[in-house]
Design a protein around this ligand. Structure first.
Ligand code: DSN
Length: 420
C-alpha cells in the first residue's frame, strides 16, 4: 500500500505507515471514530478528487459531470432510503458545515436556537461561545433534569421555548448516551412554531441499522449528521429533510453557493459506498452488536463502582466520572490508557467543576472494536482492563501486562477490509 507515496515522499509515507500500525495495534474506543472498509477508502482516495462540480446533479456550473452526477445521485438516493426521508444533501464537508449551513438556511441573523446545555452533552456547533456562529445567532439552553438518570427537563425546555421563541428546537449530542423522547421535542417545537432538528451525528449508524429510533418517525423536520462515526463512512457531513421541499431547496442553496464551494466528489463517492454498505443486512447485525457491547462495558463499570453519567447507556457511548469515582482526572485517565494501547477521550461531565482541558470524565464506546469483531465477552474484558489500569496507580508491571493482553486482542481481531 501507499507505493507511490513511498517512492516519492518518505516523510509522508512514514506518517501513513505509523498511523496504519497505531490503528492496527491499539484499541480505538473514541465513540465517534471507526474503521472504514477498503471500498470506502478506495472511493475516498479516487479519481474524483480531480473534479470541480459546483452545483447539484443535472445543474452544475462546469462540464464533464457524467460520473459525478451518478455518484451524487447514488449517495442521495441511498441516504433517503436509509433514513426514510424525501431529501438529502450529501455535500457538507463535515458535521459542523451541515449544522452551520442549516442555521443559515432557516434563520436570519439574531434568530434563536434552543439546544442542550453544552456541559450536558451538546456540541460546539450547538452554540459554544468559542464559535463564530454565536456572534450571529442566539443560543438558549435546556438541560438534563438529573445527570444521574439522564432525563431531559422537558418542563424547562417548554418554558424556555415559550419565553425565547426559538426558530429551531435542536436535539442531538456528542456526549449524551440515552434515547430521547422525540415526540416531546416535536410537540414543543410545534407549540412555538419552530423546526424540530436532530443532530444524529453520533448515532446515525444506530438509526440506519434500526436499533435506535428514527426521529423522522416522530415528525422531526430535519436531521444533520456526520458520515464517519457509527455510520462507518468517510469523514464528511449530510443534511436530511423529511418531506418539506421548500426547506430542502433552502438547504441546498445554503450549502452551495451560500457556504461551501466545490463539493468533495471523492468523499461523496465514498459516502455512496458507505450508504450501500449500511443498507446491507450485515450492517443491522453490526449496529445491534454495538448496543450489546456497550451494555457489556457498562456492566463492568457499574460493578467497579464507577459513576456513569445518566446511569449508563442506551447507545454506543459511556461517559464516566473518573475523577469523582477514582480520583483520577479525565486527562490522566486518557494518557494512562493511551500507554496501554487504548485510545479514548477526556470529557467534561454535566456541571463539571473542572476545566475542559482536564475535566472529570472520560468518554468511550465500542463502535470501532465492534467493527473489528469484538463481542460482549471481549468488550467486558476491555472494560475490566481499563478499570485495572486506572486503579493500578501506575504500577509498571501491571500496565505492561495489560498492554500485552491488548496487543493480543488486536492481533486476534485485525481490522477487516470488507463488511459485506
Ligand atoms: N468531535 C466529535 C466527537 O468526538 O463527538 C464531534 O464533533
Amino acid at each position: 500500500m501507499y507505493d507511490y507515496v513511498r517512492k516519492q515522499d518518505k516523510e509522508v509515507f512514514e506518517a501513513l505507515e505509523g498511523e496504519e500500525k497505531r490503528e492496527a495495534l491499539g484499541l480505538e474506543l473514541i465513540p465517534s471514530e471507526n474503521y472504514v472498509s477498503r471500498a470506502v477508502r478506495e472511493a475516498n482516495s479516487s479519481i474524483f478528487t480531480n473534479k470541480y462540480s459546483e452545483g447539484y446533479p443535472g445543474k452544475r456550473y462546469y462540464g464533464g459531470q457524467t460520473y459525478t452526477d451518478i455518484v451524487e445521485d447514488l449517495a442521495r438516493d441511498r441516504a433517503k432510503q436509509l433514513f426514510n426521508c424525501k431529501f438529502a444533501n450529501v455535500q457538507p464537508h463535515a458535521g459542523a458545515n451541515a449544522n452551520i449551513g442549516l442555521y443559515f438556511a432557516l434563520l436570519e441573523p439574531g434568530d434563536t436556537i434552543l439546544g442542550m446545555d453544552l456541559s450536558h452533552g451538546g456540541h460546539l456547533t450547538h452554540g459554544h461561545p468559542v464559535t463564530y456562529i454565536t456572534k450571529i445567532f442566539k443560543f438558549v439552553r435546556y438541560k438534563m433534569k438529573n445527570p444521574d438518570t439522564g432525563e431531559i427537563d422537558y418542563t424547562e425546555m417548554r418554558e424556555v421555548a415559550k419565553r425565547e421563541k426559538p426558530k429551531i428546537v435542536l436535539a442531538g449530542y456528542s456526549a449524551y448516551p440515552r434515547e430521547l423522547n422525540y415526540a416531546k421535542f416535536v410537540e414543543i417545537a410545534r407549540e412555538v412554531g419552530a423546526y424540530a432538528v436532530m443532530d444524529i451525528a453520533h448515532i446515525a449508524g444506530l438509526i440506519a441499522g434500526k436499533v435506535m429510533k428514527n426521529p423522522f418517525d416522530f415528525g422531526f423536520d430535519i436531521m444533520t449528521t456526520t458520515t464517519h462515526k457509527t455510520l462507518r463512512g468517510p469523514r464528511g457531513g449530510m443534511i436530511l429533510t423529511r418531506e418539506n421541499e421548500e426547506v430542502a431547496k433552502k438547504i441546498d442553496k445554503s450549502i452551495f453557493p451560500g457556504f461551501q464551494g466545490g463539493p468533495l466528489m471523492n468523499t461523496i463517492a465514498a459516502k455512496a459506498v458507505c450508504f450501500g454498505e449500511a443498507l446491507s443486512p450485515k450492517f443491522k447485525t453490526y449496529a445491534a452488536q454495538i448496543l450489546k457491547n456497550a451494555k457489556a462495558m457498562e456492566e463492568v463499570f457499574r460493578k467497579a463502582g464507577i459513576r456513569m453519567l445518566t446511569g449508563g447507556t442506551d447507545s454506543h457511548l459511556i461517559l464516566a466520572d473518573v475523577f469523582g469515582s477514582i480520583g483520577m482526572t479525565g486527562k490522566e485517565a486518557e494518557s494512562l490508557l493511551d500507554e496501554v494501547g487504548i485510545t479514548l477521550n477526556k470529557n467534561a461531565i454535566a456541571d463539571d467543576t473542572r476545566g475542559p482541558m482536564d475535566p472529570s470524565g472520560i468518554r468511550f464506546g465500542p463502535p470501532a472494536i465492534t467493527t473489528r469483531g469484538f463481542k460482549e465477552k471481549e468488550c467486558a474484558r476491555v472494560a475490566e482492563l481499563m478499570v485495572e489500569a486506572m486503579k493500578s496507580k501506575g504500577e509498571k508491571k501491571k500496565l505492561s501486562a495489560i498492554r500485552e493482553e491488548i496487543r493480543g486482542l488486536c492481533k486476534k481481531f485485525p481490522i477487516p477490509d470488507s463488511f459485506v
